[in-house]
Write a protein that binds this ligand. Structure first.
Ligand SMILES: [Zn+2]
Ligand SMILES: [Zn+2]
Length: 269
């Protein structure tokens, strides 16, 4: 079992992802309540007490709202950059200092037997990061709250066996929807979120490199998207290249309020 992945929740209202190797269990973000995260892990037969560490992508509330509880009640260690911790420490409350692992930058660290590589992205947080997770020859990527796609982003996520990618909004729904103009501008900018079309294009580009096998759509907006719309838009862009979903590539959704499918990435040697 080289690497497993399960989305416990993903969306504008909360994010938490689970990654596991044979000896190491990690959470990425803690944007749901401690109770939700504990119960979600139990549905995939994982005890929250066995989690080896939490990594944060950035300090927005939908990524950290359960962090204080996880660190205090379940004594889970946190791996975080100094800049993010500086804006976060007040919100988390009193925690055991021995649980805190602060880095100048998380560009390449080893937690247990999982190597974590991060790159800086343009989203409007103090030190936002996107991660890939490596164990043996398996690679998993989490690409949410991106803001914009750059060559560095494509390079970072190339060759992922599984890539979870932001498909936040439908551009037309966002434009005619209820959000105030400043918020619409922010979401559409390089400091905001990727649209369904953006997700389709980055997926297609990465598939062209030949090794991405599983694409999971993530961080869907409740107000400016529908799961079926996100899925069909991305499917249309990928299949426009002559690829067949379910045959050449697996395309799946993650959910705002329920646990997604458990993926086990196993590669032939
Ligand atoms: Zn954010
Ligand atoms: Zn977010």
């Amino acid at each position: 079992m080289p690497l497993s992945f399960c989305s416990l929740a993903s969306g504008s209202s909360g994010n938490c992802q689970f990654i596991e190797s044979q000896t190491t269990k990690l959470l990425v973000d803690a944007g749901m309540s401690g109770k939700y995260i504990k119960t979600s892990l139990e549905t995939i037969n994982v005890s929250i007490y066995d989690i080896d560490g939490i990594l944060l992508t950035h300090e927005h509330a939908d990524h950290i709202s359960g962090l204080g509880v996880l660190m205090r009640r379940y004594k889970l260690p946190l791996y975080v950059t100094r800049k993010t911790w500086e804006v976060l420490s007040d919100k988390v409350g009193q925690i055991d200092a021995s649980l805190l692992h602060v880095f100048e930058t998380i560009d390449d660290i080893l937690i247990g037997d999982i190597r974590v590589k991060g790159i800086k992205i343009t989203h409007d947080a103090v030190d936002p990061l996107c991660y890939t997770f490596h164990h043996e020859s398996c690679k998993i990527g989490i690409a949410t709250d991106l803001g914009a796609i750059s060559d560095e982003v494509i390079e970072h996520f190339k060759d992922c066996d599984l890539l979870m990618i932001e498909s936040n909004h439908d551009i037309e729904m966002l434009k005619v929807g209820p959000y105030p103009m400043y918020l619409k501008r922010r979401i559409l900018s390089e400091f905001g979120h990727l649209s369904n079309e953006d997700a389709g294009h980055i997926a297609r580009e990465l598939i062209e490199y030949g090794s991405v096998k599983n694409i999971l759509l993530a961080h869907l907006s409740q107000e400016n998207n529908f799961p079926d719309l996100a899925y069909e838009t991305v499917k249309g862009i990928i299949e426009g290249e002559g690829l067949v979903i379910g045959q050449d590539i697996n395309l799946d959704l993650t959910y705002r309020d329920k646990v997604g499918k458990l993926y086990r990435i196993v590669k032939e040697r």
